[in-house]
Design a protein around this ligand. Structure first.
Ligand SMILES: [Zn+2]
Length: 261
């Protein structure tokens, strides 16, 4: 069954988020067939919500140096081939393919603006103040403003392993952050405050279930997660267990850096 604009409109309105701002994480494939593809999803988001932001991260700008600070969840001197291929960040740099096709379409929307962090930029519609909060030392600050405005994270056919807002809550809980480096037209710049790994984040789903609103659109389960409650729950969980929400992969450098500190 093909998903049409009407299905998207009715489904998203069913979440009853009124005028609350949202951050959207999405998988186009999860819907099955969508008439008009990613453009349809982006146009519908812009029509339903007053303020929308999406992560438009660009990992291809990253540089791995030969040396650097200790316990930084990184193998210095590795990925030298990728260094050779690294691209300068500009506002037109395409979104990393790992994030899906919807963010790439979203940043090209005529009403969308983009922030200029070289690795972790966001694009937003009607979100100038939220995007302007981002700095090189506090690049997740837009999520703090979203929370203060009673915003929601919208997971469209994806789970908490891509829920960037959990990284903001990790930082609030005092969890270690990392340093990464990116190539920009001004040279290689240091990007502090880089978050840990998100592969273990789905473990928060059970705690958040009673606060989460859900609708089904085509093949995609759409979940709306209130940021205020999400931050509260994640912070409480990490305060109780400093290793909460880490992944189980033995060779995960960032999760191990947190375990070994
Ligand atoms: Zn991990």
């Amino acid at each position: 069954m093909t998903v049409r604009v009407r299905d998207l409109l009715l489904g998203l309105r069913d979440l009853r988020l009124a005028n609350a701002p949202v951050i959207v994480h999405s998988s186009l494939k999860a819907f099955g067939q969508v008439e008009g593809g990613a453009v349809t999803v982006v146009s519908t988001l812009a029509a339903v919500f007053d303020t929308v932001i999406v992560p438009t991260f660009t990992y291809r700008t990253m540089i791995t140096p030969l040396t650097g600070p200790e316990n930084n969840g990184i193998t210095y001197g590795s990925l030298q081939d990728q260094n050779q291929m690294a691209e300068f960040f500009t506002l037109r740099t395409p979104v990393d393919p790992l994030m899906g096709t919807i963010p790439e379409m979203f940043r090209k929307h005529p009403r969308a603006k983009r922030s200029n962090h070289p690795i972790q930029s966001f694009a937003g519609i009607n979100a100038e103040i939220i995007l302007a909060a981002q700095t090189m030392t506090d690049h997740l600050a837009p999520l703090g403003l979203l929370e203060k405005a009673d915003g929601w994270a919208l997971l469209m056919g994806v789970d908490h392993t891509v829920n960037t807002s959990i990284h903001y809550a990790e930082k609030l809980a005092g969890r270690r952050q990392f340093i990464r480096w990116a190539l920009t037209p001004k040279g290689v710049v240091e990007c502090p405050g880089f978050p840990g790994c998100s592969a273990g984040f789905q473990a928060i789903a059970a705690d958040m279930e009673k606060f989460t609103r859900q609708v089904q659109i085509g093949g995609a389960l759409i979940q709306a997660v209130p940021l205020k409650m999400l931050f509260k729950v994640v912070v409480a969980r990490i305060k109780k267990d400093p290793l909460a929400l880490l992944c189980q992969q033995e060779d995960c450098e960032r999760c191990n850096a947190i375990r070994n500190q």
